[in-house]
Design a protein around this ligand. Structure first.
Ligand code: GLP
Length: 236
């Protein structure tokens, strides 16, 4: 495999089924895998199916590490809009993941030191084996927002106005203007990437991404520089 493999799926259920199987296969293949997880509407069913399968098949996940890809900045950790609450609810609590097997940005008081702390923890675990990603309506990846120039490292980002309208933020009850995210360098260093694309409003960004040209206006397009990316998508 070299570059991006596209696999069209008939609907969200098939996409989630295929994605959860890929995650499960990695966990069987590498029981100490380090897996980075995006949040948002796209991967919800994938995570539900993964949890169901792990529990039903009694898969040993005691040595798996999960990593939070990104977070909204300035929210209390228990704010329902946070990526933290999302991952706790959909993955960490149902699977009973121990705190030492979870690497996570703080949502409150996040600063550059927080970036350094997270990147160091990932390195200590041997780097990311797999990064599960979604694409933003504006083409963002994690919270790497479209711009003339992109910051390659983990960083605090000013949210694009389209990102400020993200469904998750409707529950925040306070305006959110910044995010913290793994950078494109961290994402491209993952041994494998699984990009999931579904949902309304993604057509333009996905069409631009599929062109196969790298542009800072579509940060997801940097995945064309990654050697092993699978993109599962379904009609939007
Ligand atoms: C947010 C998340 C990203 C996610 C993206 C797409 O920006 N922080 O990790 O990939 O939204 O979200 P959705 O799947 O809801 O469209």
């Amino acid at each position: 495999m070299n570059g991006i493999t596209f696999q069209v799926q008939s609907d969200k259920r098939s996409l989630s089924e295929a994605a959860s199987e890929k995650l499960l296969a990695l966990i069987h293949r590498k029981p100490d895998a380090v897996i980075c997880l995006a949040t948002g509407a796209t991967p919800v069913m994938t995570y539900q199916l993964l949890v169901e399968k792990i529990i039903a098949q009694q898969v040993d996940i005691s040595r798996i590490t999960f990593v939070k890809l990104d977070e909204w900045v300035g929210l209390a950790p228990d704010n329902p809009a946070t990526c933290e609450v999302f991952l706790q609810h959909h993955i960490l609590q149902p699977l009973g993941i121990a705190p030492e097997n979870y690497i996570s940005f703080r949502s409150d008081n996040a600063d550059e030191q927080e970036c350094a702390r997270i990147v160091e923890q990932i390195a200590q675990r041997g780097g990311l084996d797999l990064c599960v990603l979604g694409i933003g309506k504006n083409g963002h990846l994690g919270l790497n927002e479209p711009d003339e120039k992109l910051e390659p490292a983990c960083h605090i980002t000013h949210l694009d106005e389209r990102t400020r309208l993200h469904e998750m933020l409707k529950q925040a009850n306070v305006p959110v203007e910044k995010g913290i995210t793994l950078g494109l360098r961290d994402i491209l260093a993952a041994r494998e990437v699984l990009l999931l694309v579904s949902g309304e409003g993604k057509q333009r960004a996905f069409a631009a991404f599929k062109e196969g040209k790298v542009t800072t206006q579509i940060p997801a397009s940097f995945l064309w520089l990654h050697p092993k990316t699978t993109c599962l998508y379904c009609d939007m």
